[in-house]
Design a protein around this ligand. Structure first.
Ligand code: 13P
Ligand code: SF4
Length: 333
């Protein structure tokens, strides 16, 4: 099996040979062509709720990180096209290593995963030799390999509560989710200071002002948001938790503090309700959109299926070390 470096070389070579300039089908036919290739190659498309809505509509499986990890573990098709970010595709490869996993754009990373460099985290961990390491799935394979158990925002409370009370816990890489979990579970955890640029962009003051203009609305937030934002939320939850809440709650208007891609599925599931994206600090940017997630496009999805590239390739040894904490998570929650 090749390494990440091999893959970079292969991708660069293809780019140099004009791969990236290859014609793609027109807007009218691209969906048909993707479906054709999918069938021809026995591939499935897994997509996160933060993807562009055209990709969400095409997906065989659409969901949050936990759901997609569970699906990836069970997929029988030969190829998994992961319409999400790198750590998600990497997780799919780790838990189902015999499958070919491709990501439409290899540069679709994650600021949160990048905020935890493995060498620094290793040193940090060494300061607490007795501690159990719980990591949020939004981290690299190298960080997972240094972990005891992985969690997602859907099962983090359950995972922390499954750990004996007298056990010291390191939680990484998201400090906001970590602080939220300390509050929810009453556990005093050692936190790595990482964060997500999208969820830290929300403006507390503007949310308060917006709420005054929409007093009937419920304010809901993803736990990667800062604590002052979470403190005023009517509901805090993962993307699937937020979706469930808006369907079941009596309110008809919601201010939503998470990546704006989720609004597409919310509107589909509750067409009679109104969803307002939470305002961000900087009015000049689309900060509530994850620029990494949005790197994936229908055109890149097509090219990725056609050429079965860029492929996620990892060292066997790294995969087996990173698999264990993911499997522990899947067993618990
Ligand atoms: P979910 O676990 O809710 O899918 O969140 C993933 C993510 O990247 C949030 O930024
Ligand atoms: Fe990473 Fe934040 Fe984008 Fe989620 S929204 S993939 S945590 S950068």
């Amino acid at each position: 099996m090749g390494t990440k470096a091999d893959l970079e070389i292969a991708t660069t070579t293809l780019a140099a040979r004009g791969y990236l300039k290859l014609p793609v089908p027109t807007k009218d036919t691209i969906v048909f062509e993707i479906k054709r290739l999918k069938k021809e190659k026995n591939a499935v498309i897994l997509a996160h709720y933060y993807q562009n809505k055209d990709i969400q509509e095409l997906a065989d499986y659409l969901g949050d990180s936990l759901y997609l990890a569970k699906i990836a573990a069970e997929v029988e098709a030969d190829i998994i096209v992961f319409a999400g970010v790198h750590f998600m595709a990497e997780t799919a490869k780790i838990i189902n290593p015999t499958k070919k996993v491709v990501l439409p754009d290899l540069k679709a990373g994650c600021s949160l995963a990048d905020s935890c460099p493995p060498a620094d985290f290793k040193k940090f961990k060494e300061q607490y030799p007795e501690a159990l390491v719980v990591t949020y799935i939004n981290c690299s394979a190298d960080i997972k390999a240094l972990s005891d158990i992985v969690c997602t925002s859907s099962n983090a409370v359950q995972i922390i509560e499954s750990i004996p009370k007298d056990k010291q816990i390191i939680f990484a890489p998201d400090k906001n989710l970590g602080r939220y979990l300390i509050k929810e579970t009453g556990r005093d955890m050692i936190l790595w200071e990482g964060s997500c640029i999208v969820h830290e962009a929300f403006s507390f003051e503007k949310i308060v002002t917006l709420f005054k203009e929409h007093p009937q609305a419920k304010f809901i937030a993803h736990p990667e948001s800062e604590s002052q934002v979470l403190d005023v939320a009517h509901y805090v939850g993962s993307t699937s938790g937020l979706l469930k809440f808006v369907q079941e709650d009596d309110a008809t208007e919601f201010i939503v503090a998470t990546e704006a891609g989720i609004l597409h599925e919310m509107q589909k599931r509750a067409p009679h309700k109104t969803f307002i994206p939470a305002p961000v600090e900087d009015d000049t940017c689309a900060c509530s959109e994850c620029a990494f997630m949005k790197l994936n496009t229908l055109e890149k999805l097509y090219l990725c299926l056609e050429h079965e590239l860029p492929e996620i390739l990892l060292e066997e040894n790294l995969m087996s070390q990173a698999r264990l904490p993911i499997e522990r998570m899947l067993e618990i929650g």
